[in-house]
Design a binder for this molecule. Structure first.
Ligand SMILES: Nc1ncnc2c1ncn2[C@@H]1O[C@H](COP(=O)(O)OP(=O)(O)OP(=O)(O)O)[C@@H](O)[C@H]1O
Ligand SMILES: [Mg+2]
Length: 351
């Protein structure tokens, strides 16, 4: 997992995905804009796993879909291995898609129920003309089935004949078929039984190693990504609020939102839980991206919010090597804000 990944495979700059909402009798009146992703920048290095975490509705899936241009970005630039994905015409985009695939959350909805597994997994081979003849096509699908831990003679079955965990394995085999470099895993285990989740995570790790894959791994809580990610990016209401190495995030979460997510992870040992000594649990709901708060999008739920937070959007700035946070508390330029509260709280935690 943590090999040499200094070279950037995926570079996303100021990505925006805004959905126009239409109303009126014939739906021709624009009634609002959902800013699902509103200026997101990040890089994923070759071979690494970047976690993308945040509550439901914060724009994680839309970020993934925007990167693949399965929804058209409103603005921004996505570069894969030096190729400007956002500038490609549809033929060139189809070709480039071979290199980036997606594994979906819902293993029941993601597979066409009328298609046999042979054709579901083989479809990318067909699209990208990656087989010699029928025999080769079948052999490749059989290999893929075996690789994800399924019996090759299941190729003639339909999705409904499989369990949730098996279907997710089929989804993974399909994503692997065209030998991609980047796989966006959109909550790949959230819909599965806890007992099955670890098996699927292990499979994803094994194939990452075997095929040198790079992952953008989406999850809605910090517990799942801890094991599998090298770095983690936290999103809130269409914005990146914090990004850093996995260990730095767990040991020193800086953004009040990340701290709140962290305090939501249960500690199995009650004595350890008591020692945690702080409650940062989130109050209230994520505001609607149709009508986002001014200034810092998190300020209505933030216990440290100051006047500046209500009016000025914080910039993503480096607080430590490779540790970026978008919060006025850490911005020396916003000197009217007192970071003492945060420091004090961190001391309580450490003690
Ligand atoms: N096609 C669409 N049209 C309008 N709004 C959309 C569309 N797709 C997503 N949204 C809205 O954009 C916001 C972000 O949605 P998105 O699915 O990216 O969130 P998410 O972080 O993946 O959430 P979850 O954890 O529930 O999967 C939400 O408010 C959602 O309702
Ligand atoms: Mg989602």
């Amino acid at each position: 997992m943590s090999t040499n990944h200094n070279d950037v495979l995926l570079d996303v700059q100021d990505l925006k995905v805004h959905f126009k909402l239409h109303g009126g009798l014939f739906g021709q009146k624009q009634t609002g804009t959902v800013k699902a992703v509103d200026g997101v920048s990040f890089q994923v290095r070759r071979g690494e796993t970047l976690g993308l975490v945040g509550e439901s509705g914060c724009g994680k899936s839309t970020t993934g879909l925007g990167v693949l241009r399965m929804v058209e970005p409103t603005a921004g630039k996505v570069t894969l291995d030096g190729i400007d994905i956002t500038a490609l015409n549809s033929a060139a985009l189809r070709k480039a898609r071979r290199r980036m695939q997606m594994v979906y959350q819902d293993p029941f909805g993601a597979l066409d129920p009328r298609m046999r597994v042979l054709d579901i997994i083989g479809e990318p081979l067909l699209i990208h003309k990656m087989f010699k003849d029928k025999k080769d096509y079948k052999a490749q699908v059989h290999d893929l089935l075996e690789r994800v831990g399924l019996n090759p003679n299941m190729a003639d079955r339909y999705p409904h004949q499989f369990s949730g965990g098996q279907r997710q394995r089929i989804g993974i085999a399909r994503a692997l078929a065209a030998r991609p470099e980047l796989i966006i895993c959109d909550e790949p285990v959230s819909a599965l039984d806890v007992s099955i989740q670890a098996q699927v995570i292990n499979l994803l790790e094994d194939i990452q190693e075997e095929f040198g894959l790079t992952y953008l791994f989406i999850a809605h809580d910090l517990a799942v990504v801890r094991h599998i990610c090298d770095r983690i990016m936290v999103m809130y209401l269409g914005h990146v609020v914090e990004v850093t190495d996995r260990d730095a995030l767990y040991e020193n979460p800086q953004h009040p939102y990340t701290q709140a997510l962290m305090s939501a992870i249960p500690i199995p040992d009650p004595e350890e839980e008591a020692k945690r000594g702080f409650d940062r649990s989130l109050q209230g709901e994520v505001p609607s991206p149709l009508n986002p708060p001014s200034g810092c999008p998190f300020h209505p739920r933030c216990r440290f919010a100051h006047d500046a937070c209500k009016t000025q959007k914080p910039r993503l700035m480096e607080t430590d090597t490779g540790h970026q946070v978008a919060c006025h508390l850490y911005d020396p330029a916003a000197s009217d804000i007192n970071a003492g509260d945060v420091m004090e709280d961190n001391l309580v935690r450490a003690g």
